[in-house]
Ligand binder design. Sequence first.
Ligand code: PMP
Ligand code: GLU
Length: 401
Amino acid sequence: MAEIISLANRVTRIAPSPTLAVNAKAKALKAAGADILNFSVGEPDFDTPEHICAAGKKAIDDGHTRYTAVPGIQELREAVVYRLKEDHGRHYTPEQIQVSCGGKHGLYNIFQALLDQGDEVLIPAPYWVSYPPMVQLAGGVPVAVPLAEQDNFDLDPDILERCATDRTRAIIINNPANPTGSLFSRRALEAIGKMALERGWLVVTDDIYETITYPDEKPPHILDVDARLQDQTVILNGVSKSFAMTGWRIGYSAGPQHIIKAMNKIQSQSTSNPCAPAQYAALAALTGPQGFPAVMKQAFLPRREFFVADLTAIEGVTCVKPNGAFYVFPNFSAYYGKSFNGKKINDSVAMADYFLDEAKVASVPGAAFGADDFVRFSFATSMEVIREGMIRIKKALAALG
Ligand code: PMP
Ligand code: GLU
């Protein structure tokens, strides 16, 4: 069909989410009968716990099927306040909480509320694929702050200083991080906190993987660096990862009231409110037993051990051991420049394509995360799949010449 109607510049400047695109491709190939092992998308391979599903079903039976308050039902916002106090000793009021359609939409709301044309946001790289496009969609400019593999992807304050300008409005922290699984050190957070206080930046701390850390330590947090930072920090979190609720689409933000109010204005004109029954399910998640992330971690831990050990045993491959989340992010750059059947592999996109075509292994190229030397594999999949995947990956790498 002829494309008569042109599209907005803002759309043509961004790409569709690569994590979701690879996942869709892997699922389609599998549905067509291909023997694909899917390491692409980051979602727990667990079902939502029964008591949470029951609360969602009950909400429908009880007639919670209409619009709710724009920032989410009062009980859920109170439950978020309770968790922040109980788990972290932080003090918020329900007016400082917004419930959104997933954490992703919470981030979208934050940048829509904060940024004017040309405002810069510092994004430590490797970063989660959606941060830069969300900043761009709000008219902002994403500025990558490079993190080094040899520093375990911790942030170097001198590099941060060099990336900051007088157009900087915000910085994103993702602790533990997607795709590296790394944690920022206390030293890095202190440097960020100091600069944020001096220069009036908003700190966006994406804590979505906070319950999934190895070992069990709580990740260091920006709000523990200096209490004053609470006035210029928005915490982003949600139930997708902690309670295996990716499809329910419930996230939440906690921050200064005027920012949350602005985000509510945007939400009122876009999604109105997150899905009502899903909010009741999330309420059961936050107020019920909190042991579920530990159950998932029990399964993730041996997978992490095996994956990292097997990858780093391959000649030329390095892989930082993740301290959290459920991804490994090996560096395959030693294999760039090699060929298979006359086709050269020069970057992470070609490497991930090669894994998919020749090894039937779906992964996400590091370029999507701003780090072309790497490829991301999610280990939120069974040990058998990981074992078989590693056999195929090793065979594919050995076939390159
Ligand atoms: N932040 C990070 C770093 C993520 O990996 C994800 C996963 N999609 C999200 C936020 C948002 O998750 P959701 O929208 O499912 O809450
Ligand atoms: N955050 C997950 C991932 O990185 C889910 C997909 C997405 O929203 O990007 O794979």
